[in-house]
Design a protein around this ligand. Structure first.
Ligand SMILES: *[C@@H]1O[C@H](CO)[C@@H](O)[C@H](O)[C@H]1NC(C)=O
Ligand SMILES: *[C@@H]1O[C@H](CO)[C@@H](O)[C@H](O)[C@H]1NC(C)=O
Ligand SMILES: *[C@@H]1O[C@H](CO)[C@@H](O)[C@H](O)[C@H]1NC(C)=O
Length: 368
């Protein structure tokens, strides 16, 4: 983009930020002039991590090419676990929100937190133990960071006594797959069945959501767990590169119970609202019918993966990528290409199919 246009856009964004934060949202009596979310906070794993692991001593990073190679602002902002934008970026854009700063970035303070913050950390799960040996930020720690660091900053900035500012933001959450992939299926959890493990995850998540609710959060959007039994990493362990259906049952079961849990906690939390986008269903449709999403290869990763990451992440600096990237469903051994993420975000925003969004889409959510 032209430098002048960029600086004009930046100034406009600043004015908008100022206008939003200045007066209109502060009054308890005047209704908001325009429906929608004030901003967004992101929690969870690599699906939406926008660089948190890159500022800390974590072993799970995406700060090297080919990650981010198609990222629109700069290919050197290789901060997402895909070739371009994450579903959080896309959902934010559809909701006309500014792109989120990264929590662990030292620059994320003061007025920069007004539009929201992304706390997500690749490799993390619902359990504190998932990813702990790799130095990732657990969901509990992400929530603590929000409550102890970001909320006080927000309050200083907004100076709105008596209003629930936090309740006007969207809380986007994408978590759980690493608990299965790296704890349950790695034998890190010996006692009990899959159902038992999964139910424990959902009840822990309920506790974590209650903490956010107690801090003022009201509007939650969830990206449920994808069919990880069909990822290139898992297919590589199968005799004919087929999906591992035993593994796919885990996200299927968890996702079903997630909805049950959300509906069951709603009555005891006045004002609590949620929507879930069915990543599982949306991705599985393309696994079965690639052409419906314009995909040609739904089996192999687009980049060459590293054995050090058990086939999950791209090798550093590889340039023999698939062309064009959008022919592939998966960018690395575990993460979709931005093309799948883009479809996911559009459906989250727009779909009216109850098997894809439940109970409504983000557009509807933003109007209520
Ligand atoms: C379920 O989670 C709780 C809380 O973290 C933990 O103490 C308990 O051991 C877990 N249950 C099982 C069966 O592992
Ligand atoms: C599928 O995954 C499960 C869990 O990791 C494993 O026990 C099973 O052997 C796998 N199935 C096949 C056919 O390899
Ligand atoms: C939403 O749906 C309308 C009508 O089906 C379509 O024109 C529009 O492009 C969609 N928007 C997105 C972001 O997919």
């Amino acid at each position: 983009m032209n430098k002048n246009i960029k600086s004009v856009l930046y100034t406009l964004a600043l004015i908008l930020t100022w206008a939003r934060s200045c007066c209109s949202k502060c009054s308890t009596t005047t209704p908001r002039s325009k429906p929608g979310f004030v901003g967004m906070f992101g929690f969870g794993d690599s699906t939406i991590d926008n660089g948190n692991n890159n500022f800390i001593k974590s072993e799970i990073k995406s700060d090297y090419l080919p990650y981010g190679i198609d990222y629109p602002l700069s290919p050197f902002l290789t901060r997402r676990f895909t070739n371009g934008e994450s579903p959080a970026d896309r959902v934010g854009a559809l909701l006309e929100l500014s792109s989120l700063p990264t929590f662990t970035d030292p620059l994320t303070k003061g007025s920069r937190v007004l539009n929201g913050v992304n706390f997500a950390s690749g490799g993390s799960g619902i359990l504190d133990s998932t990813g702990s040996k790799k130095g990732v930020i657990s969901l509990n720690q992400q929530i603590n960071n929000f409550v102890k660091v970001t909320i006080p900053m927000l309050k200083t900035q907004q100076k709105c006594e008596g209003t629930n500012l936090v309740g006007q933001y969207l809380f986007l959450i994408s978590t759980g797959s690493n608990d299965f992939l790296y704890t349950f299926f790695k034998g890190g959890y010996h006692i009990g069945t899959l159902q038992y493990f999964s139910d424990n995850l959902t009840s822990l998540l309920a506790t974590q959501l209650t903490k956010l609710y107690d801090a003022g959060a009201r509007k939650f959007a969830f990206i449920n767990i994808g069919p990880f039994g069909c990822t290139p990493m898992v297919r590589a362990t199968m005799p004919n590169k087929e999906c591992n259906e035993t593994m796919n049952y885990a996200p299927f079961y968890f996702n079903t119970q997630l909805l049950v849990m959300l509906n069951s906690i709603k009555p005891r939390m006045p004002g609590f609202q949620f929507m879930v986008v069915n990543f599982f269903q949306i991705a599985l449709e393309f696994v079965r019918y690639p052409s419906r999403g314009g995909f040609e290869d739904v089996i192999n990763s687009c980049c060459e993966v590293s054995q050090a990451s058990d086939g999950s992440l791209c090798k550093k600096g590889v340039n023999n990528l698939c062309t064009p990237r959008r022919t592939h469903l998966f960018f690395d051994g575990l993460h979709p290409t931005e093309d799948l993420y883009s479809i996911l975000a559009a459906k989250a925003y727009n779909s009216t199919d109850p098997t894809e969004v439940s109970p409504f889409n983000l557009h509807t959510f933003s109007q209520i």
